[in-house]
Each structure stands twice: as structure tokens, then as C-alpha cells.
Design a protein around this ligand. Structure first.
Ligand SMILES: Cc1cc2nc3c(=O)[nH]c(=O)nc-3n(C[C@H](O)[C@H](O)[C@H](O)COP(=O)(O)OP(=O)(O)OC[C@H]3O[C@@H](n4cnc5c(N)ncnc54)[C@H](O)[C@@H]3O)c2cc1C
Length: 645
């Protein structure tokens, strides 16, 4: 792009993307710079940035998610660096948890429940905030606070959670039924806003936004008046119409079970091309439709899975889709403004009294976390942020040892702590580096998981009048850099009010999944992760401005004028790997799934996190925390260390 285009897009505009140094805001007055106070402040920031009164990571904009500073130590560990000179801080706990995501926090919660409220627990996390994928993004528009989610979006079908996961929500004070009141399900419908598709000129020859499609929240069906305007050739249009209406059984002659197996081992792309025999232009419309769930396109998602999502082309096949699936049985409304970051905040509230003021599921939404109180010697539970675990080692033979020693790096220095029990609630693929003594079989099983990379972006805009004018509330962009953009969920809870009139500032949510079509799914994820780690913020910003400007042009949107702030949450290690059936053995017994083999306890080291069950869901993260803790408390390995006495 040239300078003139950049100027039109507003690349030179001052927007909110405040920069921080080690979590310490660079907003100190000029008089402090180079003074002794400044150096004191810097030293303090290096050793305990969380104690700085300005330390408030949710308000940071720019590149978030796996932010710079969170991943470098782990990558050095992967590349063979060791920390033999770690300082023994003589700290001992009953439990050390690696990972302050929902699984690690839930592990701490359940451990306290079973082992006693005085249990001493240390939770380490490499990020500057707790919650892992459950990430809160805050924005300020004048005096108005806008709250967004940078990762884990909603509680999906919570009434179908296990009794432990649902029970935990209840114990935290979450009454999910209240979301029926808090989530305004009629707002967009009442304004006749619809889902739309943006056909871009690079892929379809012309920029065109067409409003109105879909019968189901994942489905993709165009009504005739929209179909007539899709910028594709006439033969392709006819094929798309045929695909949508077809009642042909393209697998006739096969039994129901044979059909199921065939569809599992056929990508939806191949199904369209080889069985339905559509024009390749039709494939372009569907290519990125499953990105939000699978982080890859229809070349790497099975036709069977697309049948479940009610994609077109299966009506004549005579196979039942999972009509009673929990996702379809419950509305998608269980959403806090910061997504499941509120669940993480409620967990922290229960673990460290005073760290998250308030007492209800409503007041947690606007509550300001006291980060300085997270790692206090006065609290039985401590959360130590900006701390990357690099080693978890039994003190002695893993089968005999009474203690586990965990080494972590913080502000460039390595420290060790000890506890009789350790839960690794981090990522599966990190664990073999933390515990090289594990059997090769277990390490291979843990390495099997390749997390799905994706980017959740929040863009603060002056108002959402352009959406109203265009009659849309969410846009699917099959050829776009971002897979789509939506208005934020209309949720008002406690003192927090959603922007319910188009004149108000609000957040737009944009999804990007950096996959590489044509490769096997796991290779696409690896290539996508590399792309994310090497893409600077500026590239995201330019694409945001360009794409929003083009998609919303008909509604009068001007990127240079209307964009007020941007937060890009990049997740190179995003969703847990979910055993994409297209690439996995068909009849593998549950007990042989690599996640089950990998999560077995290794002496006093236990494994939690959503990877441990191969499902990227909050309830799974909680369930796996529960399982890991039950291994400790029921498995007979829990003895008081005396640390809590
Ligand atoms: C963008 C996105 C959207 C999602 N949306 C939903 C949704 O809407 N609903 C839903 O149910 N689920 C959703 N998920 C799935 C989500 O992953 C789970 O819901 C859950 O939050 C995962 O929790 P976890 O604790 O297992 O893992 P994480 O949240 O990943 O937490 C693990 C933590 O351990 C840290 N860690 C890793 N290695 C180390 C180390 N060596 N030292 C210290 N710390 C370390 C990580 O950095 C991380 O902070 C989403 C995931 C993503 C990425």
C-alpha cells in the first residue's frame, strides 16, 4: 500500500494503542525521566511490575493475547536453554499450579475445597494478566467504559456442563439463567439487522456487501434475491442454487454407516467438487465458513462435520444431523461483556479475597482488579504473573519423591519453589520440555496436540450507524484478511450498559485464522502460528482499516474518522486440538486418544488444561482441573506439607 492510501485509511491517526514497558505505563511525567526516582521506578517495574499502581493490563491496547514478553522464555526453553543457576527462594507451598487460565484457577479452587481453605497455593503464569484465553479488553470512549473479550467468548450450553463445572459456576455466584434478561435477544432483530456476506474484489472481482443469509447460526443459505446478486458466473450461480435445494442422495447405494464413514473421510470441499459436482467458484464462497470453529477452511473439515453444521448439500443423504446437540438446544446468550474473563475474575475473587472487589456476578463486570494484591505473602493463594515455568522436577525418584521443584523465570531471573504436588495447567506441548524425564510415550502423546492459531480483534468505533444504515449486524467475508466482523454482543449487566443505540460508541469484533489451505490441518496450524508470530501490529491495523472501510463503505463508514482504538489478541496457541476426524484414525478407543495417554499423572505432577481432553471449551478446562485435583486428593498422594500450617 502507498502512503496516500495509508493516509486515507488513517494509518497516521492517533488512536489508543498505548505502549507499556514491562507492564509499567510510560506515562510518567518528563520530570521523572533520568532522575533517581525514574530508575527506582524502573527497577521496581522490573522486579514487581504488578505493584505499580498503573499496572492494569485489561486497559492495554495494541498487540495483546500472547503479548510480547510472554513467550520468549518458553521459546528459549524449547530451543534448549536451561537455567542451572536458579535461586531457591525457600518458598514452599502445598500445590504449585503452572498456568493461570481457567483450568489452573479451577485446579486451585478444587484443591482448596478438598484439601482445606488454608492450603498454600502458588499459581504461575507467563502473561501479564490471569485468565489465559479468557482475556479481558477494556476501552475508554470519553468517560464511557467499553468492555470486550479478547479470547474465550461465551459459556456454551452451560446446562449441559458436568455437575462439577456447573457446580463451580454456581458456587462462584453465576446464575446462568439471568443471561436471558441481560442479553438483549431482540435488539438487532427489532432493527431488522441481518447477517451479510462481503464478496471482495480480489476473490470475486468486485467489492459487494449482500445482506441476508443463513437458516442456522452456522448455516449458510442464500435466499433467491441475494443469490441473484452474488458476483459469480451464471453456471456457478445455478450450481449454488442446486446445492441449496438439492434432495439428491450423492452417496446412494451406501448403508447409513458407510455414508457416515465416507463423509468423515471426505472434506466438504471434495464433497462439493466430487459428489455434488459444483463449479469451483461455489467453493470460494464456503472456503472459510468453518474458520471460527475449526481455524481451517472446508479443505480440512470433514463433510460429516459440515452436515452437523447444516451446510447445504446433504438433504437427500438421509442422515440425521445431531438435532439434539447441546449447542442447538440452548441459545447462544451466556456471555459476559468480557467473555469468560468474568469467570476467571470470579475464580480469583474466591481464591484471593480482596483482589477482585465485590460479591456478585453482576458487580464483577465493572470491578477493578487489584493486581498488587495477587501475589501477597499474606494470602494463602498467590498468583504470580509474568513468570514462565521452565522446569518441573521431582526431588529424587519420581515414584518415591515427596516434593516437586518448579523453576520459573521472571524479569530475566530464574527462581525455584517447592510443593508436594504440582498441576501443569499449561499447554500439552510445553510439558515435555518442563518434564524431560517423562516416558517417551507420554511425551509423544503430549506433543501430538497442535493448538489452533487465531486472532480475536476488538475495534472501538465512534458509533455503529453504518451497520444500521446497511441493515447488518454481522458480516462473513469469505475472501477477507479477516473472516468477518460483528457488532458486539448486546449484553448489559450490573452497571455495565451495552451501546444500544447506533449513535453510541461500541466495539466491533473481527476474526482472523491464519491457516494455509491445502495442507493437512496440523500443518496449517503450524504455518499459521509462524505467521502470527512474525506479523507486526501495523499489518493488522492496515488490514482492519482497509477491510472495514470497504465492507462498510455503503453505510458511510470512514476508517480514518471512525476508528478510535484497536486491540489485536493474537493466539498462536489458541483452541485445544480437537481430533479433526478427517485426519484421525476412525475407530480409536477413547483410552488411546493421545490426550488421555498424555494426561496420566507423572509421580506428583498432574496435568490439567483443555488440551488434556482435546476440547477447546471452558467446561472442559474446569473438568480437567477437577480430574487432576481428584488424582491428588483421592489418589492418596496428598499429604499436608505443613506449608499451610
Ligand atoms: C480465541 C479463543 C476463543 C475461545 N472461545 C471459547 C468460548 O467461547 N467458549 C468456550 O467454552 N471456550 C472457548 N475457548 C476455549 C478456551 O481455550 C477454553 O475455554 C479455556 O479458557 C482454556 O483454559 P485453559 O486453562 O485450559 O487454557 P489457557 O486459557 O490457555 O490457560 C493456560 C495458561 O497457561 C499459561 N502457560 C503456558 N505455558 C506456561 C509456562 N511454561 N509457564 C507459565 N504459564 C504457562 C498460558 O500462557 C495460559 O495463560 C476459546 C479459546 C480461544 C483461544
Amino acid at each position: 500500500m502507498n502512503d496516500e492510501r495509508d493516509r486515507v485509511l488513517g494509518m497516521d491517526r492517533r488512536i489508543s494503542r498505548r505502549d507499556f514497558l514491562n507492564g509499567c505505563a510510560l506515562t510518567v511525567g518528563a520530570s521523572l525521566i533520568a532522575s533517581p526516582e525514574w530508575f527506582n521506578l524502573l527497577a521496581q517495574a522490573e522486579t514487581a511490575p504488578e505493584k505499580d499502581p498503573n499496572y492494569y493490563p485489561p486497559a492495554k491496547t495494541g498487540m495483546r493475547g500472547s503479548h510480547d514478553g510472554s513467550w520468549e522464555v518458553a521459546h528459549a526453553m524449547r530451543d534448549g536453554q536451561t537455567w542451572p543457576d536458579a535461586v531457591d527462594d525457600k518458598e514452599s507451598y502445598d500445590l504449585v499450579v503452572v498456568g493461570a487460565g481457567i483450568s489452573g484457577l479451577a485446579s486451585a479452587y478444587f484443591f482448596r475445597k478438598f484439601a482445606g481453605a488454608s492450603s498454600k497455593i502458588l499459581i504461575l503464569d507467563n502473561h501479564d494478566d490471569f485468565g489465559g484465553h479468557a482475556k479481558r479488553n477494556e476501552f475508554q470512549s470519553g468517560k464511557r467504559l467499553l468492555i470486550g473479550y479478547g479470547g474465550t467468548q461465551s459459556l456454551e450450553a452451560p446446562h449441559h456442563y458436568s455437575k462439577e463445572a456447573f457446580g463451580l459456576l454456581q458456587e462462584l455466584g453465576i446464575d446462568v439463567d439471568r443471561f436471558h434478561k441481560y442479553f438483549d435477544q431482540n435488539l438487532y432483530k427489532g432493527m431488522a439487522l441481518k447477517r451479510a456476506t462481503f464478496f471482495d474484489k480480489e476473490t470475486f472481482g468486485v467489492d459487494r456487501l449482500l445482506s441476508g443469509f443463513g437458516t442456522h447460526y452456522l448455516g449458510l443459505t442464500y435466499p433467491p434475491e441475494v443469490l441473484a446478486q452474488i458476483p459469480i458466473s451464471e453456471p456457478a450461480r445455478k450450481d449454488l442454487a442446486r446445492l441449496q435445494e438439492t434432495k439428491v442422495d450423492y452417496l446412494s447405494g451406501l448403508s447409513a454407516e458407510e455414508k457416515r464413514r465416507k463423509l468423515i473421510k471426505t472434506s466438504y470441499k471434495d464433497y462439493l467438487l466430487q459428489f455434488v459436482k459444483v463449479d469451483p467458484e461455489v467453493v470460494k464462497i464456503f472456503q472459510t465458513a468453518p474458520h471460527g470453529l475449526y481455524a481451517v477452511g472446508i479443505d480440512a473439515v470433514s463433510a460429516w462435520d459440515c452436515l452437523q453444521m447444516e451446510y447445504p448439500g446433504f438433504r437427500g443423504i438421509n442422515l440425521q444431523s445431531r438435532e439434539d446437540s447441546p449447542e442447538q438446544a440452548e441459545p447462544y446468550i451466556f456471555h459476559f461483556p468480557d467473555g469468560n474473563a468474568s469467570v476467571a475474575r470470579l475464580l480469583v475473587r474466591s481464591l484471593i479475597p480482596g483482589a477482585v472487589p465485590g460479591s456478585t456476578m453482576e458487580d464483577v463486570v465493572t470491578s477493578r482488579v487489584n493486581y498488587a494484591g495477587l501475589d501477597s505473602s499474606e494470602s494463602a493463594v498467590r498468583i504470580r504473573l509474568n513468570s514462565t515455568a521452565v522446569r518441573a522436577r521431582h526431588v529424587g525418584d519420581p515414584h518415591e519423591a515427596k516434593q516437586v521443584e518448579v523453576t520459573y523465570v521472571r524479569s530475566g531471573k530464574a527462581h525455584t519453589v517447592r510443593a508436594p504436588q504440582c498441576v501443569l495447567a499449561c499447554y500439552n506441548m510445553v510439558i515435555p520440555y518442563l518434564c524431560p524425564e517423562m516416558s517417551e510415550k507420554q511425551k509423544d502423546a503430549l506433543h501430538y496436540s497442535v493448538k489452533l492459531p487465531l486472532v480475536y480483534t476488538n475495534v472501538q468505533v465512534r458509533n455503529w450507524e453504518s451497520f444500521q444504515k446497511l441493515g447488518v449486524n454481522s458480516i462473513y467475508a469469505p475472501g477477507g484478511y479477516f473472516n468477518g466482523a460483528s457488532l458486539d454482543f448486546p449484553v448489559s449487566i450490573g452497571e455495565y450498559r451495552f451501546a444500544s443505540t447506533p449513535q453510541e460508541p461500541c466495539l466491533l469484533h473481527l476474526l482472523r485464522t491464519p491457516c494455509k489451505p491445502g495442507l493437512p490441518a496440523k500443518d496449517q496450524y503450524r504455518a499459521g502460528r509462524y505467521e502470527l508470530m512474525t506479523t507486526p501490529f501495523e499489518v493488522f491495523e492496515r488490514n482492519i482499516r482497509d477491510q472495514l472501510g470497504r465492507m462498510l463503505a455503503g453505510g458511510g463508514f470512514d476508517s480514518a474518522r471512525d476508528i478510535q482504538a484497536i486491540t489485536v489478541n493474537r493466539w498462536p496457541h489458541g483452541y485445544a486440538y480437537e481430533y479433526n476426524p478427517l485426519f484421525e484414525p476412525l475407530d480409536r478407543p477413547d483410552s488411546e486418544r493421545p490426550c488421555v495417554v498424555g494426561r496420566q499423572p507423572f509421580g506428583r505432577i498432574h496435568i490439567a488444561n483443555s488440551d488434556a481432553d482435546g476440547h477447546a471449551y471452558t467446561n472442559i478446562a474446569i473438568d480437567q482441573g477437577y480430574r487432576a485435583v481428584r488424582e491428588i486428593t483421592v489418589g492418596g498422594k496428598h499429604e499436608a506439607s505443613g506449608a499451610g500450617a
